[in-house]
Design a protein around this ligand. Structure first.
Ligand code: 3NM
Length: 231
């Protein structure tokens, strides 16, 4: 287990749930490229102010940005993340992560090898992995990941080539494989179903569209992170 790993583990059911926002310019469709970049910055800034806990820069899929525009946007995101003291995690681009000295990297099953990346990173850098099966969760722990994101829990249209939804019960099985290891919940989580995820004790709640499409980001973040109220 890495020194980071404990920091990602929720310790009390009464705590607010950490919100892990993932965003790229492509998450603001039907806008010009410049508008998308502005919308991205506005959204991250409002979410930072509202109290998200982690941010992942994931500019891919239908992104129209050139590599240098992508790097520029990541650097602007970094300024906001530092202001709100939110770790900046780069999706699937070790070179970009190293160039801008981001706080960590998130990789999928089809991306780089997790143990290769772990060896390249300093110990304080965060390594996150997507893991969808028991074997993948075990392998991620073995490779020295700090957390895994597992899903999609509910159906989602946000990701290109997304896997079928695994559902809450299968997610819960993955989560119970190692009670000391942080498992984050992702995929189709919105204000109207987040309580079901909270009831299963996710260590963090990862969202894109719940926040990128919100018309009141402060209210949405407050609702997503609020502890479950007891009857
Ligand atoms: N990864 P939304 S689901 C980026 O299951 C991503 O690994 C997933 O977007 C996975 O919150 C997903 O809008 C998209 O459903 C999450």
């Amino acid at each position: 287990m890495n020194s980071n790993t404990r920091a990602f583990k929720r310790t009390s059911p009464d705590q607010a749930f950490p919100i892990y926002l993932i965003l790229g310019s492509q998450n603001f469709p039907n806008q010009t490229k410049n508008q998308q970049m502005r919308s991205f910055i506005d959204c991250l800034d409002q979410a930072g102010q509202a109290g998200i806990s982690y941010f992942q820069f994931r500019d891919k899929d239908h992104s129209q940005l050139t590599p240098s525009e992508r790097e520029q946007l990541a650097r602007e995101a970094q300024v906001i993340c530092r202001h709100y003291q939110i770790p900046l995690i780069i999706d699937d681009d070790l070179d970009l992560m190293e160039r801008i000295d981001a706080d960590g990297i998130h990789i999928g099953q089809d991306d780089l090898s997790a143990s290769f990346v772990r060896q390249r990173l300093d110990i304080q850098h965060i390594l996150g992995l997507s893991a969808h099966t028991r074997d993948q969760v075990h392998a991620a722990i073995e490779a020295g990941a700090d957390y895994v994101g597992s899903g999609p829990i509910f159906p989602t249209q946000t990701k290109v080539n997304v896997r079928p939804a695994i559902g809450l019960e299968q997610w819960r099985e993955l989560q119970s494989l190692d009670p000391s290891f942080p498992i984050f919940a992702i995929g189709g989580i919105h204000e109207n179903n987040v309580d079901q995820v909270k009831a299963r004790q996710a260590d963090a709640i990862c969202v894109i569209s719940a926040i990128s499409q919100s018309t009141d980001i402060a209210r949405t973040v407050a609702k997503l992170k609020a502890p479950l109220t007891r009857e």
